[in-house]
Design a protein around this ligand. Sequence first.
Ligand SMILES: [Zn+2]
Length: 231
Amino acid sequence: MVIKAWYEALVHVFYPSLCYGCNNELIQGDQYICLQCQTEMGRTYFESIRDNPVEKLFWGRADIQCAASTFYYIDKTPLQQIVHHIKYRQEKELGIHMGEIMGIHGTEFFTECKTDLCIPMPLHPKKEYKRGYNQASLLCEGIFKQTGIPYNEKALVRNENTRTQTKKSRIERWKNVASVFDVIEPSIINDKHVVVVDDVITTGASTEACVNMLLQHGAKTVGIYSLAFTL
Ligand SMILES: [Zn+2]
């Protein structure tokens, strides 16, 4: 044990782990994010608040069971850096870690939604091929590790040919967004309480289309849970 601790200390001197939020050296014991950044990441506490701003965003647009985000998404904050690392820097372990944090804070939320299954927001297939993974699936994996709630990446897919949105009327644009997604295995979601998991919710247009598609194909109820919410 002494040798192991000594070895770890030595590795830390030569290869210090850096915080994904601020790039400063992590002290031993901290994982991925330093204490300072952890305190600067704006918690919403929406998981235990009904009629919260995320739910209000979908009022009149999608018949959701409940919705929440763990953090606020604000420019130039540690969380923005963290999301960047997950999406563009191949930091998959960090994605799973953030999913675990969502799982810890989401216990009450998942119970309220009676959650049977999480569905990661599908990426455009070309984007997923290029990136090699879907960041929302990483979040689902973390949630599963923490809560035991399973997830499925196969039931809902994003269609390949999404036509350009400009020069279309509002109705045409809405139809276009609605046809972006497809449920290819309805039996997976049939009669289930489903929660759509995403990284950042901004306008909620794609999420709305996802929810409606899942409801049309037999999901009993649909909720939404994201890592962050844009103010
Ligand atoms: Zn930091």
